[in-house]
Design a protein around this ligand. Structure first.
Ligand code: UDP
Length: 250
């Protein structure tokens, strides 16, 4: 796999199609080695996540040990280009999930998916949406993302008993990456992806920026308008730009 180093995070230079096909292959292969080999940990790295990792050794370690980190966000693609690497396109987590759900029901795939995370009811709403959009898709379990540590073993059991191939984990960054990493040896799925607000968008509790804003690389601004509490997180963006420029000089 081709990866490039962005502030210490190894990001794959895959197109959306390559990322989807790589994960699909693992979803099949993982069935053969279930219980012997740990599942894949997939992360979708935007500028905010990379910047957070530079100050959070636990997250940095998880990302360095991940099986696949895709470039989620215009900032990540910009950084790769700024550092002189080829990076064909952005692989947004939300879009990657849609691509995987789209091919999941195909006869040769039959991927089963578990939706874990977000507020109570959201995963179920996302499941209904997935079933409407992708006929035949098997969402074999849902569990909300507000739980205590004492519940975690039960959640792992629920995921394993569901027979899911793919776990979508929507607990926010870095909770979802750390949670997946912690339970990776026990999880009997083939791959687990940290998907942030994806279930919220699917369930309709949060809206994605209009296409023109995504194209104008303004998705971050839209999120702040919708959720003003995110304003503090914006500070990561200029810090990211400065850190990349500094890395470039070096
Ligand atoms: N969330 C959760 N459990 C928690 C904290 C957050 O399930 O303890 C969910 C939250 O409801 C939301 C998602 O995690 O659905 C985080 O979405 P956000 O867009 O903030 O993701 P990020 O930008 O952190 O990837």
């Amino acid at each position: 796999m081709k990866t490039v180093d962005i502030l210490g995070v190894p990001v794959a230079t895959y197109t959306m199609k390559e990322a989807r096909d790589t994960i699909a292959r693992q979803l099949k292969d993982g069935r053969k080695t279930r219980g012997e080999k740990a599942p894949w940990l997939v992360a979708t790295a935007n500028a905010e996540m990379i910047m957070m990792a530079t100050g959070n050794p636990a997250l940095m370690e998880v990302l360095n040990g991940a099986d696949l980190v895709v470039p989620d966000g215009a900032g990540t693609v910009w950084a790769a280009h700024e550092l002189g690497y080829r990076m064909p396109e952005r692989v947004a987590g939300y879009d990657l999930v849609q691509e995987l759900l789209k091919i999941a029901p195909a006869k040769e795939n039959g991927f089963k998916v578990f939706f874990f995370g977000s507020a109570p009811g959201v995963a179920e709403g996302a499941k209904a949406k997935a079933e409407a959009l992708y006929p035949g898709v098997q969402v074999v379990g849902c569990h909300n993302g507000f739980f205590s540590e004492a519940d975690e073993q039960e959640i792992v059991r629920e995921i394993n008993d569901s027979g899911a191939d793919l776990l979508l984990c929507a607990l926010g960054v870095p909770k979802q990456e750390l949670w997946i990493r912690k339970y990776l040896p026990e999880l009997k799925v083939s791959a687990a992806i940290g998907v942030g607000g994806t279930l919220d968008v699917m369930a309709g509790t949060m809206k994605r920026a209009p296409l023109w804003m995504q194209k104008a690389k303004l998705e971050w601004a839209y999120r702040v308008i919708l959720q003003p509490s995110r304003i503090g997180r914006l500070a990561a963006l200029p810090r990211f730009v400065l850190a990349v420029k500094r890395a470039k000089r070096r």
